[in-house]
Write a protein that binds this ligand. Sequence first.
Ligand SMILES: [Zn+2]
Length: 461
Amino acid sequence: MRLALQEARSAQQAGEVPVGAIVVHDGHVIGRGHNAPIDHHDPTAHAEMQALRSAAAHLGNYRLSECSMYVTLEPCVMCSGAMLHARLKRVVFGASDPKTGAAGSVLNLFDEPSLNHQTQVQGGVLGEACRDLLQHFFQARRTSQSLHRSSHQMNLREDAVRTPEARFENLPGYPWAPHYLNDLPSLQGLRMHYLDEGPQDATITWLCLHGNPAWSYLYRKMLPHFLAAGHRVVVPDLPGFGKSDKPKKASAHQFEWHRQVLLEFVERLNLRNIHLVVQDWGGILGLTLPMAAPERYSHLLVMNTTLATGEQPLSPGFLAWREMCANKPLFDVGRLFGRGNPHMSEAECEAYNAPFPDAGHRAALRAFPPMVPEFSDSPGAEIARQAARFWRDDWRGQSCMVVGEQDPVLGLPVMQTLQAQIRGCPTPLILPQAGHFVQEHGEVVARYALSTFFPDEFEAP
Ligand SMILES: [Zn+2]
C-alpha cells in the first residue's frame, strides 16, 4: 500500500486526483498505475486500469488469478468490473469512496455471487494516509478555485457565466476602459458592462444600443467622432452579450426584462439630452424607451431596425435568419460580420467572437431570434404598438435615419415603413454598400448624424 501511495503522489504532481495502485504476484510488484484521465484524455485511465494493464502485459496473460491489487481508494464500478474480468485473487484498498465506491460503499460488485467467484476484498488498509492525501488535494483545489473566482468571477451569479477577460485583450480599435454595474434591481446581481467616454458633464450624451449578436464593439468607429465633438458616449452591452454577464439559460432572456434593464440603466446614469442611436435589437428595445421618460431624449439616429408590433408577418429574410440560428446554434459570429463587410480585418471579425468562447456563453444568441414579437399578443408586441403611437404622435425631438441597403432582413422597405412611423423623420441616408451592421461604416454614419443635428458645426460627409 505504501508503494500505491507513492503512485498516488505521482498522480497529484501531474494535477490528477491522487489515486495509485500496484499489482503483486509471488511477492513481486508486476504492475503499477496512477490516475491519469486528464493527461491521457482517457476516461478509463484510472490507477487500477493502468496497473491491471501493466501487470497483464508483464505476465503475457489477461488472467491475473494469482495476483493481488493494492489501491489507495475503493475502486469504482468500471475498475471493479475489470478486476473481476481479470479474475484477480485479492483487492486491498485504503480509503472508502462514499460517492462512487463499488466495493461496499455505493454498491458491492464483489459481493454479487453471479459476477464474482474468487476475488476477495479488504478495505481500510492505511486508510487514513490514503484519505488525507485525497482531502488535501481537494482542499487545495478549492482554495485555488476560490482565488481564481475572486479575481475574475467575483459575485458571479450561479446561473450565469462571465467571459474571461483575456478574450477581450488587444481588440483592434477598442481601447476604452470597461465600466460595470451590478446593482440595478432588474439585474438581480448580474454584472452589466458599458462604455462611458467623454466628459461626464457634457451637455450631449449619445446612447448607443447594439443588437444580436453584437456588443459595444459595434460602435467603435462612431465613438471617436462623437468624442471629438466633445460629447459623452455611453454604450451598454446587453446582458448575455459582450462583457456583460451571461445567463446560462436562454429562457432568462425576455423582451420586457431587457427593456426594464435599459430603463433602469438610463435612470441610474441619469442620462439627459440623450441622442439615442439604435440598430437591430438596439431599436426593437431602444425605440420603446423614450416614451417612458420623454424628457430625457432629444435626438434619434436610427439604423436598420424595426418596431416589432406583431401586426405584420415577419419577413422571409427574418424567418430565414431565425431558422439558421436554430439549425446552426454554433454559427461563427465573426464570419457573419465578415460576410457583409469585406473591408473588415480578420481580427475585427474575430472580436465579435470574443464574448462567446463556447456554447455555454451563447444563451442570448439562441434566445433573441425567437424573441422578436411575431403575433399581436407576443410578449413585447403591445409595448411596441405603444411606442409606435409615441413616435407618430408625441415625439418632439429631431431624427435622422441611415439605411444599409444590402440588409436582407431589415433593409430599405422595412426602414421606409419605419420612417413614416416617426414624426418628422427625414428621408434616410442610404448606404448602398452597407449591410445589416451599418455601424461597420460608422465613420460616415457618425459624421452624417453630427452634420444633420449640428449643421453649423459639422459638414456633411
Ligand atoms: Zn475506477
